[in-house]
Design a protein around this ligand. Structure first.
Ligand code: FE2
Ligand code: FE2
Length: 254
């Protein structure tokens, strides 16, 4: 409990987490997507260090941005599927014109109970994309949001199946928890891959950098596709971040 309170005060209180804006310039962007704003959350890691109410300030900051869409790129829990339950009320408070879409991270498959995590999230209005896509039709076109199962823990990663629901000319955005998948996902028409997983290394000290998952950087250009990696909001191992603040990422299409 002490670790959780400490984490909330140091990393999730107003003014303690980052707000990173990433602009995506898209040639030929449909008129209805000009200025479209996506708020990206990741790696909540419900559990010992994050519980009910701890995301309240973060959710309020997200709502203040009046997003068109919210996305969450996985790791809702840490060790048990039930760790999602205390987060439901906070996530249900997210307000975006087109709602909240998500994918699972490697932690969300604990006990192979990911269906129960998805069910709890559905109760919060969060739609989990599991090798599928959702199209948001706007004036002059559509945004197609593709969501993949996690590369390490998903039973099957079916990119072709996930993309099957896209229509020609859709502006494509991919949600993929693990940024290592991005080079395979980049292609013409795919404006961005949104990932998390690395926590921005969480404790960004030279002698500890090799401990966590490989971190390719916060924004990497892969031809016409930008890989955007969120540092996430929660923590694993220690209720601590050093040089890698919890953050919301805001994507603006122009
Ligand atoms: Fe994570
Ligand atoms: Fe992860």
């Amino acid at each position: 409990m002490g670790g959780r309170r400490l984490y909330r005060l140091r990393h999730l209180a107003p003014g303690r987490f980052g707000l990173r804006t990433e602009r995506l310039s898209v040639p030929g962007l449909p008129a209805g997507l000009a200025g479209f704003r996506i708020v990206h959350l990741s790696d909540l890691h419900g559990g010992r260090f994050l519980g009910a109410g701890d995301l309240r300030a973060v959710i309020a900051a997200a709502n203040d941005l009046a997003p068109d869409l919210c996305v969450v790129t996985g790791d809702f829990v840490t060790h048990h599927h039930s760790e999602v339950l205390p987060l439901v009320d906070d996530l249900a408070a997210l307000r975006a014109a087109h709602g909240t879409l998500a994918v699972f991270g490697n932690h969300d498959y604990k006990e192979r109970a990911e269906a129960r995590v998805a069910e709890a999230l559905a109760g919060a209005g969060v739609r989990v994309l599991r090798n599928t896509c959702e199209r948001i039709e706007v004036e002059g076109g559509a945004l197609g949001v593709v969501g993949l199962e996690d590369l390490e823990e998903g039973r099957e990663v079916d990119l072709a199946g996930a993309r099957a629901g896209l229509c020609p000319g859709d502006v494509e955005l991919v949600l993929c928890h693990n940024p290592l998948g991005a080079p395979l996902l980049a292609r013409r028409g795919c404006i961005a891959v949104l990932s998390g997983h690395t926590h921005g290394t969480q404790i960004d000290l030279p002698f500890l950098r090799e401990l966590g998952p490989p971190h390719p950087g916060l924004r990497v250009e892969l031809g016409e596709t930008s890989l955007i990696v969120s540092r996430g909001l929660g923590a694993v191992g220690l209720p601590l971040r050093v040089g890698a603040p919890a953050e919301l990422v805001v994507l603006e299409l122009e």
